[in-house]
Design a binder for this molecule. Sequence first.
Ligand SMILES: [Zn+2]
Length: 114
Amino acid sequence: MNYVDLPHNKKLNLLNEHDGDWENLEQSKWCLHCSQSFTGLATRVWKDDDGRLWLECGTPGCDGSPIDWAPYPWWDDTHPATIEYLKKNPRTENGPGFLDDEFDEDEGEDGKRG
Ligand SMILES: [Zn+2]
């Protein structure tokens, strides 16, 4: 594997390109492959034969890629980090993105909104 050392700003750009929502390199994520958390700083960058850059999990020896990464270990419901995350970000069916545009014509109501 042809590992490369990117300047921090470039690495952050690459992380956001492949994975999204990285605010900085100190942020950490969880990897489904190794079930460990790692920071953006620890992630490894390697270059393929076409010169494209790819990211690898920050845990030594793990070849997890951005599709394996998550803000919390969702695969483990009893993990303290999962419980903590869901406490702050409760799962809701009526959250953003849930469209509920029904046009109800309520006859007899005068349409007052309270
Ligand atoms: Zn990993």
